[in-house]
Design a protein around this ligand. Structure first.
Ligand SMILES: [Zn+2]
Ligand SMILES: [Zn+2]
Length: 787
């Protein structure tokens, strides 16, 4: 251990401050270099950075640091997503308030104040892990800049006939009391009962099985399959609904599953998707039994005002009492729940805004084809999502906190009045249209709903590039890279592609890189399961470099396990790199790099180093950072530390002037190359070493804006690799013999090696002698004799 490693937290802090002060990661608006622009995921402000973030942001950062060293003018802004339900809930909890009990204006003010205070703390976690964003190019999805762009997006889509408002059954969360979109619905298995309920028809019992008896008051028909002979004779007759005693028509439709339950089903307004299809197909009446608050309506008679669950319970009891419940069976079935709160989704008729896009499925698939996916197989998830789309995108939310629609309605004729683009952003609850309605009316009703948070975050490429001046904005869009997690392909990636194509008829980026998520012992981490690893604690214990080193061990798109031992390996790498550096610079004190006449061993070693540079560069060009890291890491431990340093030691201490010069040059060059190849992964330790030992000789103020290593002009001979590997193999065999004989590694030997091998190693015999500590090397059958 060296003095530096005891206080790596301080070292990391030192370089974080230095990078920020020296603007090492700042976008340079005047630069002539080619721009590389990144659509950074804005993390949701709903708590602190978790280990999944630590991993996926590190992975994108490897790529971006590589690109920066390749000479690109990096545009890597950092956003925070803070306009959604998650943030609203966090603030309600932290500030002990309920948004519903406050005015919208007061609640939003409270939110903005809270965020002002908390946002820097939130962002600090990303700084601590070494993300190389331009922190001055920041946005939040609720700030004025984002509100303006989001509202512009709505107006533009309105003008393009891509948004519409409709009074229709829509997915509704009774808990959050808002309309939601298909992507927010999640499957969940729940236990419930299948109830055989007695309807009356034609003077006899008609048994219908249902999981939702509370919908009886909304029953509008019963259906059976046209080929079902059991019910054929009932066609056109009426059935009496139990408890509620009104009659509904008995009808046939091929959508009924003959095998399920009794083969006859009740159709209730908005019970499920099929119910809605039947309502439309047969023009059935609309009966709403459930309110937007998730309570029974007047239609439910004496059950009015109770919750859905309570109504279900009481109705089952009442059926039982009246002898109208034939059978009850416990089943497990899948229902749709709201992903935010886990509450079962209802269909409720309400007036909502939609983005019209179901007609574009074919085009959407095409748009996805044009993207470069890393890894490629992730494209399937995008395709599958589109194939399963059943609804247009519901974008209005009956919530407080969020970006308002830039819309009013005329009080007299109902006409939609849009805000003027030059007035954006507006809050229709406070602002007024600056013109009268076509009908002459000057009174307006403000749209009180807010936009779906994804409606805004799907504008992130525009929100980001509009932070630039006009000239750079044009160069930066479409952006080069969208990095993100696979879980939100259907949310964020899909919606961003759609928006960009609707607005600009082009994709928002060229490449997308998708990272996997982090598990613990194979299980997904979650607060409720209590299996959470806090990255903050890991950083404090092992350092950010160590956790990044771990994150680099998994490929893009791969879900992988958090293992503390892998972080410890990262920590060991940092220590080893410092130790190797200290050894080298104890001997190279004051060394000024200059070209030297290379000793044959050094030349061959540099040829192999050249190969490493090619391999790492090639891997990074394909965004295969984990391969780049593993190549550089293995080279460092095996080829450099275990062998080259041992080979060259003797020359460093005792060599002639020429031998020393060659060794010094090779050590300096190879260590510098290794530092650069590892700089994207472990930015702190590589900066520490660079600043201490290299900066005086090199131009860049930071290793992170130094040039990515190019292959050196070293003469390469056909048999270089073979000879060098032979050298390593002989060294290995000698070490093995010494260790078998329980001798120390520097014990003196007489070495006998194969004639052909000796001939091959002729030019590097001195180094072989030195590293094996052989007093002589003879030809013959391999043998190690101790002196
Ligand atoms: Zn909900
Ligand atoms: Zn009007």
């Amino acid at each position: 251990m060296t003095e530096h490693l005891n206080d790596f937290n301080k070292i990391e802090e030192k370089w974080r401050n230095y990078w920020e002060k020296e603007k090492v990661y700042s976008f340079d608006p005047k630069s002539k270099k080619k721009i590389y622009s990144v659509d950074t995921p804005p993390p949701t402000v709903s708590g602190r950075m978790h280990i999944g973030h630590a991993c996926s942001y590190s992975q994108q950062d490897f790529i971006i640091r590589y690109k920066r060293m390749r000479g690109y003018n990096i545009f890597y802004p950092f956003g925070a997503d803070n306009n959604g339900v998650a943030t609203e809930r966090l603030i309600e909890k932290e500030e002990h308030v309920r948004s519903r009990d406050m005015s919208r204006e007061a609640f939003i003010k409270l939110c903005l104040n809270y965020l002002k205070k908390e946002l820097p703390l939130f962002i600090q976690d990303w700084k601590n892990i070494g993300i190389s964003c331009d922190w001055e190019m920041g946005y939040s999805t609720i700030n004025e800049h984002s509100r303006k762009i989001s509202q512009w997006s709505f107006i533009d889509l309105y003008k393009k006939n891509r948004v519409y408002r409709k009074d229709a059954p829509a997915m509704w969360c009774p808990e959050c009391q808002t309309g939601i979109s298909q992507v927010e619905a999640q499957d969940k298995e729940i236990e419930t009962t299948f109830n055989d309920i007695v309807f009356k028809a034609d003077g006899r019992d008609l048994i219908i099985a249902t999981t939702r008896p509370e919908l009886l008051p909304a029953c509008v028909a019963v259906f059976y399959h046209p080929s079902d002979s059991r019910y054929k004779k009932l066609k056109g007759k009426k059935a009496k609904v139990p408890l509620f005693n009104f009659e509904v028509p008995i009808m046939e439709d091929p959508r009924v599953d003959k095998e399920k339950g009794t083969g006859i089903v009740m159709c209730c307004t908005f019970g499920d998707q099929t119910d809605m299809e039947w309502q439309k197909a047969y023009n059935l009446p609309i009966k709403e039994a459930i309110s937007q608050e998730g309570r029974m309506t007047e239609l439910a008679g004496k059950y009015k005002g109770t919750t859905i669950k309570d109504a279900r319970k009481t109705i089952i009891e009442d059926l039982k009492k009246s002898g109208l419940l034939k059978k009850q069976e416990k089943i497990v079935h899948t229902v749709n729940v709201h992903e935010r709160c886990g509450v079962e989704i209802e269909f409720v008729k309400s007036r909502q805004w939609f983005v019209k896009y179901l007609d574009l499925k074919k085009q959407m698939i095409e748009w996805g084809r044009k993207l470069n996916w890393y890894p490629q197989f992730m494209e399937v998830r995008y395709d599958n999502w589109i194939k399963g789309l059943q609804w247009d995108w519901l974008i209005s939310r009956q919530r407080y906190f969020g970006i308002p629609f830039p819309v009013w309605y005329c009080k007299r004729c109902g006409e939609v009045i849009l805000a003027d683009e030059k007035d954006l952003p507006v809050d229709p609850l406070i602002d007024k249209p600056n013109k009268q309605c076509k009908c002459g009316c000057k009174d307006f009703i403000a749209e009180a709903d807010v936009l779906d948070t994804w409606f805004t975050s799907s504008m992130s490429p525009i929100i980001a590039t509009k932070l630039l001046d006009e000239e750079n904005e044009k160069k930066a869009f479409p952006m080069d890279l969208r990095p993100q997690a696979h879980e939100i392909i259907s949310f964020w990636l899909f919606n961003t592609v759609v928006k960009s194509n609707l607005h600009f008829k082009k994709n928002p980026w060229k490449d997308v890189v998708i990272s996997g998520y982090v598990t613990l012992q194979g299980e997904k981490m979650s607060k409720s399961k209590g299996n959470i690893i806090n990255p903050q604690e890991v950083i404090e214990k092992y350092g950010a470099d160590a956790i990044r080193y771990w994150a680099a061990s998994s490929k893009l798109g791969e879900d992988f396990d958090y293992q503390e031992k892998d972080v410890i390996t990262g920590k060991r790498f940092v220590t080893k790199l410092m130790n190797a550096t200290n050894f080298i610079f104890t001997n190279l004190k004051g060394y000024k790099p200059k070209k030297a006449q290379l000793i044959e061993t050094d030349r061959m070693f540099l040829v192999i180093l050249n190969e490493l540079i090619s391999k790492c560069t090639d891997a990074f060009e394909k965004y295969e950072y984990s391969r780049a890291k593993s190549e550089a890491d293995t080279f460092f431990w095996n080829v450099f530390c275990d062998n080259y340093l041992e080979i060259v030691k003797n020359r460093v201490y005792n060599g002639t002037k020429e031998e020393k010069e060659s060794a010094f040059y090779t050590l300096y060059t190879s260590l510098f190359t290794i530092l650069k190849l590892m700089a994207p992964f472990t930015p702190f330790v590589t900066e520490e070493i660079y600043q201490k030992y290299f900066k005086d000789n090199e131009k860049s103020k930071s290793i992170h804006i130094s040039e990515w290593p190019e292959k050196m002009k070293i003469e390469k001979k056909k048999s270089d690799e073979e000879i060098y590997n032979l050298l390593l193999s002989v060294i290995g065999r000698v070490r093995q013999e010494k260790s078998l004989a329980k001798k120390s590694m520097n014990s003196k030997i007489r070495l006998v090696i194969d004639k052909k091998e000796k001939e091959m190693l002729r030019k590097i015999m001195n180094d072989l002698k030195a590293v094996t500590n052989a007093v002589e090397i003879k030809e013959g059958k391999f043998k190690v004799g101790f002196v």
